[in-house]
Design a protein around this ligand. Sequence first.
Ligand code: FE2
Ligand code: FE2
Length: 609
Amino acid sequence: MVAPICPSVGTSVVLTIDREGIPNEIGLPPVDVKCEVLRVELPPAEWEAGGFAVQIGINGDRCYLKPNVMIEPLVDGWYAWAHLIPPATAARNLTERHLKIMESYIETPESHQAAVKNPTLLGGPFMDLGENRVDEVRELRERTLRERSHLVRLSGALERLDTLLRQKATGYSLEALYTEVPEELQGYVELVYDLNNHPSFRLIEPLLYKSPYYDESLQSVMLSEIRQDDRPFVLSTPRIDSNGSVQVEMPFASEQLDKLFRLKNEPLTISEIRHALGLNDVQAERFGAFLTTEKPRPYSKYEGEGARWRYFGHACILLETPGVTVLTDPVLSYTYESDISRYTYEDLPEVIDYAVITHNHQDHILFETLLQLRHRIRNIVVPRNGGGALQDPSLRLLLRQCGFKNVIELAEMEEIPFDRGSITAVPFLGEHGDLNVLTKSAYLLRVNDHTLMFAADSCNISPKLYEHVHKQIGDVEALFIGMECDGAPVSWIYGPLLTQRLERPKDLSRRLAGSNYDRALALVDQFHCKEVYVYAMGQEPWLNHVMSIKYTDKSNPIIHSDRLIETCRTRGIKAERLFGEKEILLRCESHDPGTSTNQYCADDGICAA
Ligand SMILES: [Fe+2]
Ligand SMILES: [Fe+2]
């Protein structure tokens, strides 16, 4: 449309179309069409007119966010996983991971392009940007160095503090060393020994979040449409703007994010959306592509008297009873065409009473999913820590910082009771390269007459532990156990936090490995399980961006889990390795006393009261 005065993007206009010039419509009266302005272009002043584009028919209509709109939270242009939010771990990852990868890419982009095609290098420090984007990466690197210089200094200070302790903390009082703590860390650390005179420090994390080291202005979300599972591995590839994507600067704690995600089920007009999200003209124009007037698929609520659990992939399981909904380790796929059937965001209830997080690895606490569910989550349950160790940031602080209001920390063996059930935190050993990390917990869920244990990546390295636990909690009807028993070396996630290089043989000996056949079977035996589900294997392709695992029949996790399933079945224990999706209905024993409490329904699981 050409006009001397152009309306702004989002304005409602009515166009009168004169049909005299349209073949077959000559003689018919003009029609009025309601429209929404999508784009405005203003040419040089001497033209005395501008142009604007409109979308017909959507004006006034309330729109939903399309179910395949991917929303990636970013920090500094990098995908926000849990170590990029606490200032100290973010600083170390910035200098020891991001800057190093960017420098390497700028120097030899072709070697990165070759490495990402090599399956043996999956998950390695190589950028997967598709084509040569050296200029953009160089610009990102320069911007990072310019805008994040204080974090670069914080990272250096952490390294110098480690050196100071190694050199001068020799068993004598540490008091004299406080004046030598690097300036950037003054007032943010306490120096300590363990009982064997090994020196260390703890961070005063709440104050670091209040310091200039935590800068919400570098947080943003990138929206784009996703149509298939393949995504670059996010720990080594920055998210650079591409055609069709919209990046909106917005702190993760912003309530505008909830408004955005509510759009999946609660429609608004384009003008309302623009106002709610504070979009500028260009963003508003591009945002139009993410909207639809089509209603989302209705959610099929569980209507039985017992319970239903559904496997959403990896360690994400939704358990619903008439009174409570629990979601474990939320990691969800968007909705798009695929050969692999799956539950997606559209298969979640309006309210999730408890989202429970087993541990702080990026495949178990995924901000991309959690932020989208924040407005639906009543309580989020995390393992208790708060010890201030660099490698073990507090999830409670981190989530609160990101706008989650009801974060419940659960210490080992503590319980949250609810109507006809409870959640109990069960100790989780290993899988963290022998680092002192407290933020890890398995969970026992009691619902109605059923007991389900979600052990995630617990590595049963000390079976005696579960003898003690068994005395407290008794038998477990269904065990969910991860068996990624090879595991990456400790440096894969924690490398940037180490200020001294770990020799390769030591690194390889300290794995992020879950239970193998013997260890998993010992758990099954200890708790007299009637059902065993191997899960959290990273096999669903929609997790590739955080996992980068591709198994073959010869991979240990497959060999060991196949053996476990076979052994269980020969003993009459129901067992399978979960993949894609699964639904199980549990009978309500109190309404159906003729059935064993441990018996799962094969069919509808609904029993009449
Ligand atoms: Fe893990
Ligand atoms: Fe895992």
